[in-house]
Design a protein around this ligand. Sequence first.
Ligand SMILES: C[S@@+](CC[C@H](N)C(=O)[O-])C[C@H]1O[C@@H](n2cnc3c(N)ncnc32)[C@H](O)[C@@H]1O
Length: 407
Amino acid sequence: MLEREGKYKSVSFRKLVNEIPSTTHATFGLYRYPAKFIPQVISFILKNYARPKMKVFDPFAGYGTVGVVARIYDCDYELWDLNPLLEVLHAVATLKPKNIGVISLLHQIECYKEEFIPRWSNLYYWYPEDFLPFLFKVWGFYHSLEDEYIKHILVIPLLKVTRYFSYDDIQRQKLSKSPKSEQRIKSLLKSDWKTVFFQMLRKEITLVLERIHEYQKYSPKDVNSIVKGGVDTLSEDLREEKDILITSPPYLQSHEYIRQAKMDLFWLGFSEDYINRLSKLEIPYRNVPPQPIYSQTYLQWRSRIKEHRLLKIFDNYFWGVLGALTRLQKKMSSYMFLFVGRASIRGSPVPIDQIFAEHFSSLGWIHETTLMDTIVARRLFSYKINPATGIRDNRTPTENLVILKKL
Ligand SMILES: C[S@@+](CC[C@H](N)C(=O)[O-])C[C@H]1O[C@@H](n2cnc3c(N)ncnc32)[C@H](O)[C@@H]1O
């Protein structure tokens, strides 16, 4: 229907924004956050729809890409995410360069004796006993630091290397052991693993320092920003009006973001109880009270789903995401940009973008256009097995940017 109205246009954000040479350039990709925005999408939006000093808002901010790019365009921003990692990662991604003595820092870590022990009942399942006393001291050093700058420089390298020293299969999207990861640990145990640890750490610190320098080439500005991790977007209130909302909401067959992040969250000092509470708030794996969804396409799709479990995910997804965005849109003064893929249910792709467009059109927004990015190599929306349904997925490889203008 909308296709005939000429609302859909194929684009390549990477080609449209060629001043960003790659998705991992500068600090856009310091940490492998699942389903991260490619920075070119945000850059395209801000270049074409924003002016300096405008206020940009992302209520499902993940890694915080919207904020990292907003600084380049001199826009103020507010970011929320359920995942507390947002605050840590975003602080690193927006650091200014400073000289630090890497060798002396590594030496201090090596000599440190106080321990930090994560409050995690499964700790010994995820790490071989040999490594733990050593890791406790390394993290003891991190938690003893008073210099916030050094802490920020150190945190992503430490998280990465600490994960490498665990049984987690790093290639997989969720925390899981595999024969491959067990083999990695076996080989590490046979090696001079402390030396390996410090070599990796040094390489990762150097990389962070280089990437922070690269980010400066984009001339990021000192803007006003609010960054809140551990926030449930379904119940949080926005205190002030914003100009533009840009977001990529959790997916219909979403990652379990907290489950993926929890190893890192434990080392950062969060408690098991708190992490479990956050897990229970993730969309679409939670029960949400029914919300009005003003879309014929939604109703048609809903009537076709016969399986109770799938229907529950379907409803919780739309009630959760659209319920939250319907409440928040009242505080947006000019545009909303919603970036989604088309997840399949029982083999057919659900036109999520179309459901969003219909819903907000009936709330008075003008559906300007939907830009479909057909690039193939991506991490966003690229799972073979749908984690929500356990079914193999044939999704069309497009990411759709729904552009909505306030009437
Ligand atoms: C597609 S990701 C966003 C990625 C982000 N655009 C980026 O560039 O990294 C969706 C995010 O929604 C978050 N999320 C899931 N349920 C949430 C909730 N109830 N409240 C706030 N955030 C939630 C997840 O933690 C995840 O980071």
